[in-house]
Design a protein around this ligand. Structure first.
Ligand code: EPZ
Length: 429
C-alpha cells in the first residue's frame, strides 16, 4: 500500500491548477444511462473513484471511451470521456461494486427511468456515519416506483414508467436531489422538487441534463420544476471546477504561509470558506481565472465554523479547516451539522500534538504554535487531506499511511504540492 512522506516547514509558492470536481463528474457520468446517445464529458478528473465508476457503468453496458490527447492540451487538462449507453444490458448493481463507492447507488434512478427496473445493493455505512438512503428511496416512490428491500438489495420497479410528482425533502440531500432529478427528467408529466440541494454539483448536473434535452426550471434554487420528456439525447458538457480541492489547497497555503494562485476556479463556488480564510488572516484575491491565496507572516487567527448546506460552509472542508485551526493563536470551535460522525481526523491530528476536544457535534480546538510530524493513518478522503495539511506545517517527518483514500479525490496531489516547494514524496508498495 502506498504511503506519503512529508517533511514539513516549507512555505508554498506557485500555481496550482484546479481539476474538475469529483462530486460533479460522478453524477454526470451516471446521467449517461439516461440516453442511448453519446454524452461527452470534458475536464473529468483522473481519480480512482472515476475509474471505479467507469467499471460500474461498463457493467451496465455503457461504452466508456477516453479520448486521446489533443494538440495544445496539457497534463493538467482533465480527461474527455465519451459515454454511450446504447444498450443497457444489466440493471443489477452488485454489493461488491456499490460498497466500494456510495455514489454508485445513484444509478438506481436512471436505470428505472430508462429500463423500468433496477436491483441495486444498499451501500451500507462508511467512515463518516451511517448515511441512510431513505430520502432517495422516498423520491423514487413519489415518482411511482415500487421499492422492496431484499437481502441487502433495493428492488425497484415501475412497469408503467415513472410519473411526475411533488417531492418535498424534509432535509437537504445532494444524492436525493440527483436521484429525484434523474428520475423526473424521463417521468410522465410535471415534477416539483422542494427543498432541493443547491450545491454547485447539483446545478452542474441540472445544466447538463438540460443540454441533453431535459426541461428543468429553477436551477440553482431550492425549488426545481421538471417537465418530463420522452427521450434525452447526447450532449457535450464540461465538469465544473472542484471547489473542495481549491479550498483544500487554500487551507494548505494559509497553514504554511506563502503565495499560490489556484488556477481555474471562481470564488463564488466557495465564498463561505474563503470568508473564513480571510477571517483567519489570509489574503484571498480573485485574479484572472483563479484565486490568489497569500499569507506572509502574521499569526493564524482562530475562527468559528459551522458546516451548512450550500452556500454555507461545506462539510467537505471541515477537516482541512480543523487542521488549520490547530495552529491558530487561540481557541476555535467547529460544529458539524451535516454528518453525525465526521470527526475521525481528530485522533490523528492529535498525533501531531494538536489539542482538540470533542463535545457532541462540536470540536473545540486550542491552537498551538508548532506541530510535530508523526506516523498517521488516513481514514476517509477529506480526513486524509487534513493530515497532509498538518504535515506540511509540522516540524520534521510525517508518514501518512493508507493513502488510497487520497487517490479517490485528489488528482496529482504530490505533484501539485511539490511544484509549490513542498517536500512531499509518495512511497510505493
Ligand atoms: C454528497 O454526499 C457528497 N458526495 C459528499 O462528499 C458531501 O459531503 C455531501 O454530499 C454533503 O455535501 C458526493 O457527491 C459523491 P447528502 P451525499 O445526501 O449525497 C442525510 C466527499 O468527501 N441523508 O447531501 O451522500 C445524510 O446522512 C463526500 O466527497 C439522509 O438522512 O450527502 C446527511 O446527514 C463525502 N437520508 C445529510 O442527509 C438520505 O436518504 C446530507 O447528505 C440521504 C441523506
Amino acid at each position: 500500500m502506498d504511503r506519503i512522506k512529508i517533511i514539513g516547514g516549507e512555505k508554498l509558492y506557485g500555481t496550482i491548477p484546479i481539476a474538475g470536481a469529483k462530486n460533479a463528474a460522478l453524477p454526470l457520468m451516471i446521467a449517461s444511462l439516461l440516453t442511448p446517445e453519446t454524452l461527452i464529458l470534458e475536464n473529468v478528473p483522473r481519480l480512482s473513484d472515476v475509474r471505479m465508476l467507469k467499471r460500474i457503468l461498463g457493467n451496465h453496458g455503457v461504452d466508456v471511451m477516453v479520448a486521446g490527447k489533443r494538440p495544445g492540451e496539457s497534463a493538467e487538462d482533465g480527461e474527455v470521456v465519451r459515454l454511450q449507453a446504447a444498450h443497457i444490458v444489466d440493471t443489477v448493481s452488485p454489493y461488491e461494486l456499490v460498497s466500494q463507492m456510495r455514489a454508485s447507488f445513484w444509478v438506481l434512478a436512471p436505470l428505472v427511468a430508462r429500463m423500468r427496473e433496477a436491483k441495486v445493493s444498499l451501500p451500507g455505512g462508511c467512515a463518516i456515519g451511517t448515511r441512510p438512503v431513505d430520502l432517495l428511496l422516498m423520491a423514487m416512490e413519489k415518482l411511482g416506483c415500487k421499492i422492496e428491500i431484499d437481502s441487502g438489495y433495493v428492488l425497484a420497479s415501475a412497469p408503467d414508467g415513472l410519473k411526475g410528482a411533488e417531492i418535498d425533502f424534509p432535509k437537504v440531500t445532494v444524492g436525493g436531489t440527483h436521484t429525484a432529478l434523474m428520475g423526473a427528467v424521463l417521468a410522465r408529466g410535471k415534477t416539483v422538487i422542494k427543498n432541493a440541494a443547491c450545491e454547485p454539483e447539483v446545478t452542474d448536473l441540472a445544466h447538463c441534463l438540460v443540454k441533453m434535452g431535459a426541461k428543468i426550471s429553477g436551477i440553482g434554487t431550492p425549488t426545481l420544476e421538471i417537465i418530463g420528456v420522452e427521450h434525452l439525447h447526447g450532449a457535450t458538457h464540461r465538469v465544473l471546477p472542484d471547489r473542495i480541492e481549491a479550498g483544500t489547497y487554500a487551507c494548505a497555503v494559509a497553514m504554511t504561509g506563502g503565495d499560490v494562485l489556484l488556477d481555474g476556479v471562481t470564488p463564488d463556488l466557495l465564498q463561505s470558506a474563503l470568508d473564513k480564510l480571510k477571517a483567519s488572516g489570509t489574503e484571498v484575491i480573485p485574479e484572472g481565472n483563479g484565486i490568489r491565496i497569500r499569507r506572509e507572516g502574521g499569526k493564524i487567527l482562530p475562527v468559528n465554523i459551522t458546516t451548512e448546506v450550500f452556500p454555507g460552509f461545506p462539510t467537505d472542508l471541515q477537516a482541512q479547516f480543523m487542521a488549520l485551526m490547530t495552529r491558530a493563536d487561540g481557541v476555535s470551535t467547529i460544529i458539524e451539522t451535516i454528518f453525525e460522525n465526521r470527526f475521525m481526523h481528530v485522533s490523528e491530528l492529535a498525533r501531531f500534538g494538536a489539542k482538540i476536544r470533542l463535545d457532541g457535534d462540536a470540536a473545540i480546538i486550542e491552537g498551538r504554535e508548532t506541530l510535530k510530524g508523526a506516523p498517521v493513518m488516513a481514514t476517509d478522503l477529506r480526513a486524509s487531506v487534513s493530515l497532509v495539511i498538518a504535515a506540511l506545517a509540522a516540524e520534521g517527518e510525517t508518514m501518512i499511511n493508507r493513502v488510497y483514500h487520497l487517490d479517490r479525490g485528489f488528482e496529482g496531489l504530490e505533484t501539485k504540492l511539490q511544484r509549490c516547494g513542498a517536500k512531499v514524496e509518495r512511497i510505493r508498495g
